[in-house]
Ligand binder design. Sequence first.
Ligand code: KG4
Ligand code: ZN
Length: 344
Amino acid sequence: MALILGIESSCDETAVALVASDRRVLAQRIASQDEAHRPYGGVVPEIAARAHAERLAPLIGDTLADAGCGLDAVDAIAATAGPGLIGGVMVGLVTGKAMAMAAGKPLIAINHLEGHALSPRLSDPALEFPYGLVLVSGGHCQILRVDGVGRFRRLATTIDDALGEAFDKTAKILGLGYPGGPAVERLAREGDASAVPLPRPLLGSKEPHFSFAGLKSAVLRAKESGEYCNADIAAAFQQAAIDCLVDRLERALDAMSGITALVVAGGVAANQAIRGALETLAARNGLPFIAPPLALCTDNAAMIAWAGAERYAMGQSDPLDFAARPRWPLDPDAQPVRGAGVKA
Ligand code: KG4
Ligand code: ZN
């Protein structure tokens, strides 16, 4: 049995976890920075990096104390090395390196997206490769076939905004504050989705890619028209997003024969309406549907420690000069898509 310490600092959560290779999460702590970023309606990279630097060391001490063990009991240190906001990534990675060096433990550099992608195997021991994965978060929106640890085939990505980003921007337009996803979901429950006509970008198109920028602009126009109440706009936005997600995924499933399950991961997977729609879609295609518990969906360090445990079991570790990567695609062979901006 191996014990892995995980460190996550790629966006606005400083997180540390201690996970055993038999899937027990011995301790985990998350320090959210929502309060610090709220006045700006989004994550400010400088503020995030500073907050990670201030909070990480005490958080590691507290997490080890919670588990009642010292660093000597740990077998390896897994730290997010990208992709993400580079200042924050560097804080976590450098801390991981320093601990690995001081304690003479191996360092395992983790791709944050692989953390999300493998997290369902932490909560669901029966989940076998290959599985179909919808990764929907604030920075990423992809459909992947997960063939194994470090083995991914990207079938679709977004040509503009990520789905979580669209939720956050909709929340901003509606004055709901930050982070926007949960607020939009709550308000959507009180609204009538059919009251506001909104587009479904790329619906029915051949490649299974996503686009949400046009939907966001339509939300802005609906708000500015003054004709609709916020709850109806939120409900209509969420329904349009779900329709796009389901349509694109149906298309991608055509190219994913042989998968054992349909899995959703990333912060947007916390959305109950989206989970419900994906569950129906999976059932329609005769696939088990797997969604990790909410705490494993949003950014956390247990998923980083678990990805470390999977790599440790394969005998992998990384050199201490491993560089932080602001961009780090899971499938390096995936072709860039027309209109794609900075998304990995
Ligand atoms: O995975 P995550 O914690 O961080 C990234 O790696 O991006 O995802 C955060 C994103 C945010 O955009 C947030 O608004 C969205 O996930 N989110 C939701 C919900 N909870 C979080 N979106 C829709 N509905 C939710 N309930
Ligand atoms: Zn994430």
